[in-house]
Design a protein around this ligand. Structure first.
Ligand code: AMP
Ligand code: MG
Length: 447
């Protein structure tokens, strides 16, 4: 309900810019500690310390081709003919060295035998059979006939060419992707010190909310925010503990928020695994809905009763104006960050992106800034001066750079499908009124 006369509290923060609001959030972040993570579980995690290589990569000189390890000097002259004295296979080095006038069969990745300084690919050779070797070992002696001169060092991948022992492989604060996982594995690193994942509790507020999968009675809607915010928090690297619902009742709201903020272990629901777990308190609490000034919005009052200190209320932006942020100080510990996001689904997602996501990133030691660039607006946009507007846009790469197309003409905060093909939020500055087509605007990349 929005039918109450504005109170002085409502006016407070009306001019707070999104940038200042975000700075206030980041000022409260105390980064999380570290924990060892197994290599197979580390995708998407963030290094808490730099990782050095204990070994060289390549660990030993090895062949880049299937062919013959030999001495380049021996391939000169007409009718060069090298005696085959052994084989070096991947994982099975040759037991003999290559002497003058000798060669060794070698496979790709096999250790280059002592004495050899080049590998001639099999394509550039032929083999010939000679008479029985004089050592009486039986069989006929085989020879390799080089079809060309070999260059010294040819087709040899040198030890340490990629990585020297002791070299830093990954700096601290790096999010691990497939490439990092590959390098860590190659260097033999089985466990990595990573930032702990922030624990996030997500609460949806409102008597009208029904979980997906259940039919709607008149006046009811499906709860989408807790699902959207859970997905966003996971994308941002958090571990989500989701208490799905707060009714529009002051006592019940206070009780549920009190349970989530309690310093004791408490039961928490993991929606993905459909199980309850006893966990330490959350690092971040996100409440969507019930934060505003309607007769049935009880969240802010309950948070104040529970000792959560307000840091801001209302930001001069659309969507997402009625955004609240506060902290619950913890004796000798990290404060719990509390976000009261607007209930309108687009507002909840946009304010998560602008305020909660940077906090989660900073908690795990990542740069809180996600990508920002410039784009030309593909439509004329009109608004009243006063608030920054964040428009859901699809970005197209054109000759002059990025061009931002509104995903939907209607940019209302209840038009949830406007999020579907959005790759970015175009930021229209507060003082602007008409932004003409082709105007340059700042865009915040969504992912
Ligand atoms: P409120 O902030 O509680 O006044 O809610 C603002 C609007 O968002 C109302 O239209 C609510 O029905 C809607 N809303 C609130 N919470 C959710 C939710 N979890 N999922 C979908 N819509 C919601
Ligand atoms: Mg509500």
């Amino acid at each position: 309900m929005r039918d109450e006369p504005p109170t002085p509290e409502v006016a407070r923060g009306e001019t707070l810019t999104p940038e200042t609001a975000r700075d206030r959030v980041l000022a409260e972040v105390v980064p999380l500690g570290a924990e060892p993570v197994r290599l197979e579980d580390c995708l998407g995690r963030v290094t808490a310390a730099e990782v050095k290589s204990a070994i060289a990569l390549q660990p030993f000189d090895n062949s880049a081709m299937d062919g013959y390890a030999l001495r380049a000097a021996d391939t000169g002259g007409d009718g060069a003919r090298l005696r085959l004295v052994g084989e070096s296979r991947a994982g099975h080095p040759a037991e003999v060295a290559v002497g003058e006038g000798e060669a060794i069969w070698i496979s790709t990745g096999a250790m280059v035998p002592a004495g050899a300084d080049a590998v001639l690919p099999v394509e550039d050779t032929s083999e010939a059979e000679g008479s029985a070797p004089p050592d009486g070992s039986g069989g006929n002696q085989r020879f390799v006939l080089p079809a060309r001169l070999a260059r010294q060092g040819e087709n040899i991948r040198q030890a340490g060419e990629d990585v020297e022992p002791g070299q830093v492989l990954i700096p601290a604060g790096r999010q691990l992707r497939a490439a990092e996982v590959a390098v860590l594995a190659a260097a033999g690193v089985a466990e990595i010190e990573c930032a702990q994942r922030p624990r996030v509790a997500i609460l949806g507020s409102g008597d009208e909310l029904i979980p997906p999968g259940q039919p709607l009675a008149p006046g009811q809607i499906h709860d989408s925010n807790t699902y959207a915010l859970t997905a966003l928090a996971r994308e941002a690297g958090a571990e989500v503990a989701c208490v799905t619902h707060l009714p529009d009742d002051p006592a019940a709201t206070r009780q549920a928020l009190g349970a989530v903020l309690s310093p004791e272990l408490h039961q928490i629901f993991h929606p993905a695994d459909r199980k309850f777990d006893a966990v330490r308190p959350s690092d971040v609490l996100i409440v969507a809905g019930g934060v505003s000034v309607g007769r049935h919005d009880h969240v802010k009052g309950a948070l104040a009763d529970l000792g959560v200190e307000e840091r801001f209320w209302r930001v001069a932006m659309r969507p997402g104006g009625p955004t609240w942020f506060g902290v619950l100080p913890r004796e000798g510990g990290r404060p719990t960050l509390v976000f009261g996001l607007p209930g309108n689904p687009v507002s909840a997602m946009v304010t998560f992106h602008l305020f909660a996501k940077p906090a989660l990133r900073a908690l795990i030691g990542l740069d809180p800034n996600t990508g920002r660039t410039q784009a030309t607006l593909a439509t004329t946009y009109r608004k009243k001066p006063g608030k920054a507007h964040f428009l859901r846009c699809r970005l197209e790469l054109v000759d002059s750079g990025w061009r931002a197309h509104l995903t939907r003409e209607t940019q209302g905060s209840h038009i949830l499908t406007s999020m579907l093909s959005a790759d970015a939020l175009a930021e229209i500055p507060p003082d602007a009124d008409v932004v003409p087509t082709e105007a340059q605007v700042a865009v915040e990349i969504w992912n």
